[in-house]
Design a protein around this ligand. Structure first.
Ligand code: HEC
Length: 209
């Protein structure tokens, strides 16, 4: 064989053929049977809004907003929030008499069976209508107002203190994203017309002369 002869011996050619076959097989073995679908470039805006509302629903459920803002009704399992009146607050038809006078502790406060009206040293408080109804719910509120109210514990973010047992000191610690999600969910629930009576803060104790 001449030094420059490029022809291969049959043995080398056979070995090369086997190597090529093995390489082809191993590549084929690495290929998934079906090509994976491409990830979408970004989540469509509509879906993003849905994700935020779903997060808000989850938070409202685990933070028990329905426990006070949805009137209880008696069921076979005991009192449960009546979800046909979801988040509509103290029922306007349930007029509460003046609260009983409690003796000096340790019983300090009372609540209605609906779990929507409460009386204690702070005065009388009624769970508000959190649905988006324009006149009786949070219709005119903005996300900013809501965040302010939760953070400061002030009615509509600026006026009188929000009374117990509304646990705003705990909710006010939510992240902005979580508060935004709760707000987005509250905007998405059915608007229910239910006029909740104004809360009545207790008179401040008379100043000593
Ligand atoms: C333990 C009972 C209770 C729970 C739980 C509760 N609330 Fe309240 N909430 C109240 C009461 C009572 C008031 C009325 C307070 C007042 O009039 O000062 C109120 C008032 C509010 C107000 C009106 C504040 C304002 O500025 O007038 C908003 C908004 C609100 N709650 C949202 C929520 C949200 C959202 C949740 C769940 C994350 C929740 N609440 C859970 C009892 C509760």
């Amino acid at each position: 064989m001449l030094p420059c002869d490029h022809r291969e011996s049959p043995r080398i050619a056979a070995a090369r053929a086997v190597l090529v076959l093995m390489a082809t097989l191993s590549v084929a073995a690495c290929q998934p049977a079906v090509a994976p679908e491409r990830e979408p470039e970004s989540v469509p805006v509509q879906n993003q809004a849905d994700v935020v509302v779903a997060r808000g629903e989850y938070l409202v459920n685990i933070l028990a907003c329905n426990d006070c803002h949805t009137p209880y009704q008696m069921t076979a399992e005991g009192p449960r929030p009546d979800m046909s009146r979801m988040l509509s607050g103290h029922p306007e038809a349930l007029q509460m008499p003046s609260p009983p006078t409690l003796l000096e502790g340790p019983w300090l406060w009372v609540g209605a069976g609906s779990n929507t009206a409460f009386a204690g040293p702070w005065g009388v408080s009624y769970a508000t209508n959190l649905t988006p109804d324009q006149n009786t719910g949070l219709g005119i509120w903005t996300e900013d107002l809501f965040r302010q109210a939760m953070r400061t514990g002030r009615h509509m973010g600026t006026s009188r203190p929000i009374m117990p047992p509304m646990p705003w000191p705990a909710y006010g610690q939510m992240t902005d994203d979580d508060l935004r999600a709760v707000w987005a969910y509250l905007r998405s629930v059915p608007a229910l017309v239910n006029h909740v009576p104004e809360g009545m803060p207790a008179e401040p104790p008379a100043q000593a002369p």
